[in-house]
Every structure is written in C-alpha cells, then in structure tokens.
Design a binder for this molecule. Structure first.
Ligand code: S5P
Length: 265
C-alpha cells in the first residue's frame, strides 16, 4: 500500500494547528501577523528602564523575556504594567526563571513568593535535571491558568553540559507533556515536530561572545542553518545606541532568514 505523504507546514501560522497548548498557538499566530520572530530580553535592574524598553521595543517583537529577579525595585505594579504593555503591543511575556528544583519547591516558586510568576507570565521555563516531577508540579499551577512551559534542552554558554543525550531526554519529556510543554530553549532544531517551538538565545549581529562564557551567532545562522524558530536578543539591542532601530535590524534579519527557510526547505 502506498504511504500517505504528510505535508509538514513550514509557516508559523499553519503550524499553530499542531500545538496542543493555547499559548503556543497564540504565539505562532501573532508572529505571522506581526511579521516578527524576534524575542527581546532587557536584562536591566530598574523597573522604569524595563517598562520603557518594553514599550519602545514592543512593536518589533513577538515575545518579551524577563528576569524579574534582576529588578532592584520590583513591586506587583511592575508585572501588572508589563501585562498591559504586552496586551497593547501584541507580544507574549516569558519569565526566564529556569526552575530546576524538586517539584514541591518549584511549585511554590512559580505560584508564590513576591513575584507570583504564574499570574502574569504565560510562559516560563525549566531545566530537566531534576526529572519530570518538576514539570508535573509546575503543571498543577499552570493548568487552570492555561500557561505554557519551555524546557532547557541546550545552553549557549561555553562548556555547557547539555550534550546530545541530554537534549534527547528533553525532547522525550516534551512529548510526554504536550498540553503544557510548548517547546525548547536550545541552540538548534532538535525535532521535526511542527507543534514544538525552538527558541534560541546567544544571538548577536556584531559580537561573538562576552567575557563570561556567552557565545553568539547571527540571527541568520540561528534560523536558517540551525533551524530555530525564534531568536532571543538582549545586549545586542538594549546596549545599542538606538535600541528601537537596532531591534528593527534584528527583526528584519531574523524574519528574512525564516522566509528563506520556509520557501526553500
Ligand atoms: O542557554 C541559554 C539560555 C538562556 S534562557 N543562554 C542564555 O543566554 N539564556 C538567556 O538569554 C540569558 O539568561 C539572557 O537573559 C539571554 C541572553 O542575553 P544576551 O544579552 O547575551 O543576548
């Protein structure tokens, strides 16, 4: 019997139908409509600066990645305002908390403390080092809210221990929790599953790394050669003289690379 040929869609919006998770569907749809596969992380320490950057870079991005615990002056008003800006400017909030503890602790860290991450960030991430119980505990909090999780499958820093078998384990865990896990933080595409997103940090147009182990490549390499879906850029944008104009440059470079891949793959 002839095998049915299943066409795997390459476009972001068409891929949304393969996602079990609502946040992933929303993200893929807004990326295509807004024509951006750029995520921005303003790793700053002042709430005003964070909110200002969120507003000015907001028109260019699909996702704002935060490290909320870097702020020296966090109050719940900051997360409330971030939520409002994200709604107005059509991007999704991702708190890069990198949960890694046993389930009972991770659950409290996600739901409570002063940051109450689960209440304002539709996306967060977790290491897989402690096994699936971390994911299961976070899911208890996330399920009623409809939040999603990214698994750290590979890291960008020199000497990272995230080798091929580690990344494979992350893929297996993602597949075990399709309603919750929407994809990976990784360096390259790990699996040809249109419903799983590959989101990559370590991207810069002018630098190859920093003095503390970070390693960079261009948006074109990350998307076109390495098959990622979204590039995360931090210092490349917020340390530039004109962050908004620079964000536009990254946006165009990453989007062009996506179009080229979609049309040639
Ligand atoms: O492997 C990783 C995973 C992450 S989430 N390498 C990373 O650099 N990150 C994050 O991406 C890191 O925490 C930082 O917020 C961002 C990279 O920032 P940049 O200034 O180097 O672009």
């Amino acid at each position: 019997m002839a095998k049915a040929i299943v066409e795997v869609p390459k476009g972001y919006e068409e891929r949304a139908q393969f996602c079990h998770n609502k946040v992933a569907r929303e993200l893929l749809t807004l990326m295509e409509r807004k024509k951006t596969n750029l995520a921005f992380n303003p790793d700053v320490t002042s709430a005003n600066e964070l909110l200002h950057l969120a507003k000015t870079i907001g028109p260019h991005i699909c996702m704002l990645k935060t490290h909320i615990d870097l702020l020296q002056d966090f109050t719940p008003e900051v997360s409330k305002q971030l939520k409002e800006i994200a709604k107005q400017q059509h991007f999704i909030l991702f708190e890069d908390r990198k949960f890694a503890d046993i389930g009972s602790v991770a659950k409290e860290q996600y739901a409570g403390g002063i940051y109450r991450i689960a209440e304002w960030a539709p996306i967060t991430n977790a290491h897989i080092i402690a096994g699936p119980s971390t994911i299961e505990a976070l899911w208890e909090v996330a399920q009623p809210l409809g939040n999603a999780l990214l698994l750290l499958a590979e890291m960008s820093s020199k000497g990272a221990l995230t080798d091929t078998s580690y990344a494979k384990a992350a893929v297996q865990m993602a597949r075990a929790y399709p309603d919750f896990v929407m994809g990976f933080i990784c360096q390259k595409r790990l699996v040809d599953d249109p419903g799983l997103l590959h989101i990559t940090p370590g991207v810069n147009l002018t630098s190859e790394g920093d003095t503390r182990g970070q390693q960079y490549r261009t948006p074109e390499k990350a998307i076109l050669s390495q098959g990622n879906d979204i590039v995360i850029v931090g210092r490349g944008i917020y340390e530039a003289q004109d962050p908004a104009a620079t964000a536009q440059m990254y946006r165009l470079a990453a989007w062009k690379a996506y179009e080229k891949r979609r049309d040639t793959e």
